[in-house]
Design a protein around this ligand. Structure first.
Ligand code: ZN
Length: 322
């Protein structure tokens, strides 16, 4: 499952935000929501993987792009068949869900409390209009439908939602079956639609940015739930609390730096963030790692690659100099 940049940013942020920061609990709560959203998407993926498609198909999960007006679209899943295109919006809502269609008002009652929500039907309708417009522009004729899928089986859907394509995840197969029955095969080439959408795909940046001075510095011990700082000793990072000796902590910290601050890092920034005093030791480490180096003398910086976490398995190699 492709995780959004916002998810990765928030996931890393909760490990790094200073414990007394005024936003700690709101960031933590946001991460719980993102995790719930992701688990809903995983459930949809399972339901679709278990379904026997009657035709060839493509599915794109977590599609993100910016439209011509400069606004973003984040679509949980797009199913492309030769008969139709179907957009899924997954919701992990609990409680009893209600709808006032005339007013486009969507609300739930949970623990005797009434709460209004952003209308998911309108949200996904907006995606539908966008995809229809793209297909027109590409001169592809195929109908676009949408469905709002409730991933929490304990949620109850009121009769006011009866006329709308919103249902529990278990209803996905019959909804697709029904679309196959009520539509007919088009001349659309699903490989072309798939390729065009992939061209349009543009991962959205995180929805927030926290200034680096609100972050904890140092190489933090995973085994201690990122609460304790490790120190550098002959190529390894060591935790004084649990005695963990780790080489991978270096790569994790690079990943944190890249996700939260920048993909570029200078020797000085490296020493400050990783808590290494000696310039020589830092230089040696950076060179031995083989990070791509740019600039000269004081302007030298290194690029932390996107797959830095996988570098752990690699052997140290000679520096690449560009
Ligand atoms: Zn530890």
């Amino acid at each position: 499952m492709q995780k959004s940049r916002h998810y990765l940013y928030t996931e890393t942020l909760i490990k790094r935000i200073l414990p007394d920061d005024y936003e700690v609990s709101s960031i933590q709560q946001e991460f719980y929501r993102l995790e719930a959203g992701l688990s809903g998407e995983v459930k949809l993926k399972q339901a679709l993987s278990d379904y026997f498609f009657k035709t060839e198909y493509h599915i794109i999960y977590n599609f993100e792009c910016i439209n011509e007006n400069g606004f973003s679209h984040q679509i949980d899943a797009i199913l492309i068949t030769p008969f139709f295109v179907l957009i899924f919006e997954v919701k992990q809502l609990s409680g009893a869900l209600f709808y006032k269609p005339g007013q486009h008002e969507f609300f739930r009652i949970h623990n005797d409390k009434r709460e209004n929500f952003r209308n998911p039907l309108d949200q996904v309708y907006r995606h539908q209009l966008f995809l229809e417009q793209c297909l027109r522009k590409w001169q592809i004729n195929i109908p676009v439908y949408f469905a709002v899928v409730i991933a929490n089986f304990q949620a109850t859907l009121d009769a006011s939602l009866d006329k709308f394509p919103i249902f529990h995840i278990s209803g996905v197969p019959s909804f697709i079956e029904n679309l196959y029955c009520t539509t007919s095969k088009t001349n659309a080439n699903i490989d072309v639609i798939f390729a065009k959408l992939n061209q349009l795909y543009n991962p959205l940046p995180p929805r927030r940015f926290i200034s680096p001075n609100r972050l904890r510095k140092g190489v933090l011990c995973k085994q201690c739930n990122f609460e304790n700082t490790m120190y550098y000793h002959y190529g390894l990072f060591i935790c004084n609390f649990c005695n963990l000796k780790s080489r991978s902590a270096l790569f994790e910290t690079f990943y944190h730096y890249r996700t939260l601050i920048s993909e570029k890092i200078t020797n000085q920034q490296f020493r400050e963030f990783f808590g290494i005093q000696s310039i020589q030791a830092a230089s040696k480490l950076l060179v031995r790692l083989g990070l791509e180096r740019h600039g000269t003398k004081k302007g030298t910086y290194y690029i932390i690659p996107e797959d830095i976490l996988q570098w752990e398995e690699r052997r140290p190699r000679k520096a690449r100099i560009k």
